[in-house]
Design a protein around this ligand. Structure first.
Ligand code: PMP
Length: 779
């Protein structure tokens, strides 16, 4: 068969050979470039020439002389990936890059080729620990541990991007078409037939793989890159990221399964354990497992074709016939067990198979019962079919029965569920110390400096607590003590938290509004409603409204201590009024001697897309700002920001101290959130995605009369439906279609769309499709 597709010439790893360097040169390079006195011992390496260095100060390192033909981008990619992993998963046993001792290019003067120095990861090669060598329980432990470590590595690589990930690696099954001409040269004919059968479904396989979740993967976790302990029952390291690519996630474990099988490092019966270990940390989906059989078979076949290519190339040693025979045997074993049976077994191992699903439901029902007893029958529980969430990643969450849902509701994971940089920051600090603000610590100071940089200059000092409720409680106490007044102004159906004082300021949960509290209406307007007359009319109505509210307070003997306002007007129904609305309200409150408290628990940190702070979009200047929910991305953190003088007086009067408030772990989380927001340009994303989301929802409203109004901005969007019961049905219908939302507003008829900030246009399309289907189905 003649291939008209890509040719093998463009593929990496077919040509390169390790540079010829001896131990003496390695020792000289260690001295010249890294200032190390060390003894060099050669190590194995397929493309790089590697030496273990035993340094005079007792350290063990690996000096790698890089294949002459390796692309600079790829060389840089490996270092960048190792540094990314060091940041996101500092405990993962992979090599750490050792920087050069002084300035200079990474070109070994003595060897005239590129070098990299990394830490030595101790352990035996898994290749040397055969199935027959361990007890059954040691083998089970080993395979699970290997799967788990590979999953940890994949989790650590989330969010890693580099041009090197596009390198055309010959072993990447997606490039197998270029190797197909080699099939004709495979001997003996039986092997050729076996490989042909394995590659027969290639085109269809590649088609199916295109729709799968992709990310950076190691891509080459085989027996010589996996390290195990002496007892042979646990994985202790993963090395060599030279074949790293951006590929479907399932390709990672498929490569390992294929390699362990064809090298006879694991038996077919042991592979489910590997998969269980992997999916216990990194769930796979049904669609992933369904390509696994063909992917494994194709990878094994590709290994043999590369051998044949190399042999014909003449630059490499003759084909390893043992490997070809073992590969053929592995393919025969797969074929005799059968695709259907193995896929079913692997679905079970990955926790997806239907028996497990039923078991999952039984477990969920049991949990609901236990929860009822433990947390009380009235503890809020979302959805008719409650979710047992076990993991989150970005904008996705996973249930105990491997169901994946798009999270369009939760704003606490502001920069995405389990963001590796935030998780690493929390873990790293927790490993050092979790003390409190009575001791000196740089982190909390740096956090205040970073936060206040984004705020108006007069808001220059912070107090720390552990929740939005506490932050509002303290802000309210400050306002009362500063003004000597006792009255409060809040928005209609506002929510500010659960302490005694702020529950009173939350008509959403306190239907009998106490005498010291008055509510102000929110205009049902959006800024694009914008004619001058309309804006003036809004301002006039607001002026009258606040004057009446203050008068009513005063008639009951209260002067306003503060206006407290959630800039997103969330529980009020998610409105986005123009600044002309709030200006007269804030002015009247100040004139009556009150302060303005901006509750930024919902709208802060860029959710509006247009501004970092919600009060800037709304058009007022708060005296006190309160923060909660998103600031720690899930780690409890509440902040009160105000003028230094006001804060210092409060500290003097009350001796304020919160045990957990502002602890170094919370500060590390807060700093990491700011870093990620910046690095991933998430505020800009909120704007672009939010604009698109509103536009698509408005288009949908044209064909779905149940949708009455679409409003909001950025990633805080309200979709007003006809009534409460319909909204509840829609929320449950969306949940059944894999989309998490909630309801909001005094009438409970506003669908609340408030996803994590890395929400993209492709996710919007998923919501639109599910919403359209739900509305059309009437449930
Ligand atoms: N303020 C607003 C605007 C909120 O939305 C919330 C929580 N929904 C709070 C305060 C209270 O925050 P927490 O639940 O962290 O106490």
């Amino acid at each position: 068969m003649k291939s008209r597709g890509p040719t093998a010439e463009g593929l990496l790893a077919l040509r390169g050979l390790p540079p010829t360097v001896d131990a003496t040169t390695a020792e000289a390079v260690a001295r010249d470039l890294y200032g190390l006195t060390a003894r060099a011992t050669p190590l194995d390496g397929e493309r790089d020439r590697n030496f273990r260095l035993d340094t005079s100060d007792g350290r063990q390192l690996v000096l790698k002389f890089i294949d002459h033909e390796a692309d600079d981008v790829v060389v840089d990619g490996q270092s960048a990936a190792l540094m990314h992993i060091a940041e996101t998963s500092p405990l993962l046993p992979v090599p750490r890059v050792v920087p050069l001792a002084g300035a200079g290019a990474n070109v070994g003067a003595a060897a005239s080729c590129r070098v990299r120095l990394v830490s030595f990861v101790p352990g035996r090669l898994m290749q040397d620990v055969r199935p027959t060598t361990g007890t059954p329980s040691a083998r089970t432990g080993l395979l699970r541990s290997v799967g788990n470590h590979i999953a940890q590595l994949d989790r650590a690589l989330v969010g890693f991007f580099h041009p090197a990930l596009a390198q055309p690696i010959a072993w990447d099954v997606r490039r197998a078409q270029a190797l197909l001409p080699m099939l004709a040269h495979v001997q003996p004919p039986e092997l050729q037939r076996t490989l042909g059968a394995a590659l027969h479904p290639l085109e269809q396989l590649l088609q199916r793989m295109r729709g799968l979740r992709s990310q950076a993967i190691h891509g080459d976790c085989h027996g010589s890159n996996l390290l195990v302990n002496d007892a042979g029952d646990a994985c202790v390291g993963i090395i060599d990221l030279g074949d790293m690519i951006h590929a479907p996630l399932v390709q990672e474990i498929a490569v390992t399964m294929a390699e362990l099988l064809s090298d006879a490092v694991a038996s077919l019966d042991e592979l489910p354990g590997l998969l269980t270990g992997y999916t216990s940390l990194q769930p796979l989906e049904r669609a992933d497992i369904e390509v696994l059989y063909d992917l494994i078979a194709a990878r094994i076949a590709v290994g043999v074709l590369i051998q044949v290519w190399r042999e014909r190339d003449g630059a490499h040693a003759p084909a390893n016939t043992d490997l070809a025979i073992a590969s053929g045997a592995a393919l025969d074993a797969l074929a005799s067990r059968g695709k259907e049976r193995l896929t079913q077994q692997w679905l079970e191992s990955a926790g997806i198979e239907s028996v497990r699903m039923d078991r999952g439901r039984v477990i969920a029902a049991d949990l609901v019962r236990r929860r009822h007893d433990a947390l009380g029958a009235n503890a809020e529980l979302s959805y008719d079919q409650p979710l047992h969430l076990v993991r989150g990643e970005g904008v996705w969450v996973y249930t105990s029965d491997a169901e994946r849902l798009l999270d369009v509701y939760n704003n606490v994971p502001h920069v995405g569920h389990a963001h590796p940089i935030v998780v690493a920051a929390i873990a790293n600090q927790a490993k050092r110390i979790a003390s409190n603000t009575r001791y000196l610590d740089t982190r909390i100071i740096e956090y205040v400096e970073r936060l206040t940089e984004t705020l108006p200059p007069d808001l220059d000092a912070c107090l720390f607590v552990n929740s939005g409720s506490e932050a509002n409680d303290i802000a309210w106490r400050m306002a009362k003590s500063h003004t000597g007044h006792e009255g409060a102004l809040v928005m209609r159906f506002a929510y500010h938290g659960i302490t005694d004082a702020v529950t009173a300021l939350s008509p959403a949960i306190c239907p009998k509004v106490p005498p010291h509290v008055e509510q102000v209406a929110a205009p049902k307007m959006s800024p694009d409603a914008g004619e001058t007359d309309t804006l003036n009319a809004i301002a006039a109505a607001a002026e009258a409204d606040i004057a009446n509210a203050i008068a009513r307070l005063e008639s009951r003997g209260f002067k306003p201590a503060a206006l407290m306002i959630d800039s997103a007007l969330t529980s009020t129904g998610i409105y986005d009024p123009p600044p002309t609305w709030i200006a007269p309200i804030a002015a009247a409150v100040r004139k009556a001697g009150g302060l303005v408290i901006g509750d930024e628990v919902q709208f802060g940190l860029g959710r509006s897309g247009s501004h970092f702070w919600g009060f800037t979009r709304r058009g007022y200047h708060p005296d006190i700002v309160t923060l909660g929910k998103p600031v720690g991305n899930g780690y409890p953190l509440g902040v009160i920001i105000t003028r230094r003088a006001l804060l210092e007086k409060f500290q003097r009067d009350t001796g304020f101290f919160s045990t957990f408030g502002g602890n170094p772990v919370a500060a590390a989380a807060g700093l990491a959130v700011l870093d990620v927001l910046d690095k991933e340009r998430l505020v800009e994303n909120a704007r672009a995605t939010g604009d698109y989301f509103v536009r698509r929802l408005k288009e949908l409203a044209q064909t779905q009369p149940i949708v009455r109004n679409v409003r909001g901005c950025g990633l805080m969007i309200g979709v007003e439906l006809t009534d409460r019961a319909t909204t509840k049905r829609v929320v449950n219908g969306l949940r059944e279609r894999g989309v998490m939302t909630g309801s909001e507003g005094p009438l409970g008829n506003v669908l609340k769309l408030r996803p994590p900030m890395p929400f993209r246009m492709e996710h919007v399309e998923i919501v639109i499709e599910a919403l359209n289907a739900t509305l059309s189905a009437g449930r």
